[in-house]
Design a protein around this ligand. Structure first.
Ligand code: ADP
Length: 393
């Protein structure tokens, strides 16, 4: 059975085509600058990579070209081989607690909540609409970044603000990266061979979130009403005192959305280092003893450690800590520093094991009180799995 996983942005469309018999990726690629001059696509298959500049006025054009290419390049023999298409949706609010088959009713519900993720949900919906037009008889599934976090209880998801903000405006913690954290939880369950475990999943990439998971269910997560909350990220501040916002507005003559833009795009590693949002660049500067970079790195680590410590207490201890995403999978010094700061919890890692990058590895030593792993995340596969499961039901 072949399934396509789609991640549609406002001007882009990423895809992975899976053979679900062995969960292998047959082809993957990206359509960029849709609706903008200079649009192009890149498709990787069979160890080859092809790229072409081509006019892509709309997402429907991108989908048409994608499907043409899949057959022209003999990646599939006919479109009949595509049994389902899974779509990533950033925000499902408390309406979508799990993945669903896309129907007209689902599209209507999505329309009512798009204001909760104005930069992402409308773009994700464009992807679904394009595929529904081009492949009207193929089942589509919507997979939500927020769904995994719907098991949080009120104490976790409510903010200590007037309750009417929640009742009237839907102000609560929704979280993000849920598909990644769910994938990690599934992998940990396989590794341990049991359903009962306390896991702290650290998805630390350009965006980042940490999730406390008990027996496969999310108990709490660091992102909030939006992905601006929680740990420090590449360009996002994570948690700050909200009074800073009106103060900076007054000092800098900016309006609220401009300050929020600063917090989303010019804060985090970039803001603190005054150099780069990329951890590799920041670490290079640290090697040159650049003071701003060192403080930025140390603050980044501090925030991750703060959340791990908080969730350790919340879960009544931890059996497993997992690092995943760009920094978690690749950054040897950052992982090492985080684990060193967790020594008081009995975390001990093998320095040689920690030298590996981008692959599954157990970092902890046999006498560590908590098992620590690096597990490369695979959100696309999780979307394809959900799609197959729902179609087969
Ligand atoms: P996104 O949240 O956009 O999906 P990624 O998960 O791809 O981001 O993470 C990107 C980040 O991963 C980069 O900004 C960089 O900081 C970090 N990263 C990737 N490779 C390395 C590496 N070898 N060493 C340190 N950091 C790395």
């Amino acid at each position: 059975m072949k399934i396509i996983s789609i991640n549609a942005g406002s001007s882009s469309l990423k895809f992975s085509l899976f053979n679900m018999d062995d969960e292998s990726v047959i082809a993957s690629g990206l359509f960029e600058r849709i609706g903008i001059e200079g649009s192009k696509y890149t498709i990787k298959y069979n160890g080859e990579k092809i790229s072409q500049e081509i006019e892509l006025p709309t997402h429907v054009d991108a989908v048409n070209i994608l499907l043409d290419k899949l057959t022209d390049l003999n990646i599939i023999e006919s479109l009949d081989e595509i049994h389902g298409v899974g779509h990533r949706i950033v925000q499902g609010k408390d309406i979508f607690k799990e993945s669903v088959i896309v129907t007209d009713e689902v599209m209507e519900k999505l329309d009512t909540i798009k204001g909760f993720a104005p930069l992402h949900n409308p773009a994700n919906m464009l992807g679904i609409e394009a595929f529904r037009k081009v492949l009207p008889n193929v089942p589509m599934v919507a997979v939500f970044d927020t769904a995994f976090h719907q098991t949080m209880d009120e104490v976790s998801y409510l903010y200590p603000v007037p309750y009417s903000w929640y009742k009237d405006f839907g102000v609560r913690k929704y979280g993000a990266h849920g598909t990644s954290h769910r994938y990690i939880a599934n992998q940990v369950k396989k590794i341990l061979g049991k359903d009962e475990y306390r896991l702290i999943s650290c998805h630390i990439g350009n965006g980042g979130s940490i999730t406390a998971i008990k027996d496969g269910k999310c108990v709490d997560t660091s992102m909030g009403f939006t992905p601006l909350a929680g740990i420090m990220m590449g360009t996002r501040s994570g948690d700050i005192d909200p009074s800073i916002i009106p103060y900076v507005m007054e000092q800098d003559g900016k309006n609220a959305s401009e300050v929020i833009d600063d917090l989303n795009k010019r804060s985090g590693l970039l803001g603190m280092s005054e150099y780069s949002s990329d951890m590799r660049d920041v670490l290079e500067k640290c090697d040159e003893q650049n003071e701003r970079a060192i403080v930025a790195r140390d603050k980044y680590v501090r925030r991750v450690v703060d959340y791990i410590a908080q969730y350790y207490v919340l879960l009544g201890g931890a059996d497993v800590i997992v690092f995943t995403a760009g920094v978690g999978e690749n950054s040897v010094p950052v992982r090492r520093q985080i684990c060193e700061e967790l020594a008081c919890l009995g975390v001990k890692i093998d320095i040689d094991a920690n030298n590996k990058r981008g692959e599954f590895v157990k970092l902890s030593t046999d006498d560590s009180k908590i098992d620590v792993y690096v597990i490369p995340t695979d959100e696309e596969l999780m979307i394809a799995r959900d799609t197959m499961d729902l179609i087969n039901r």
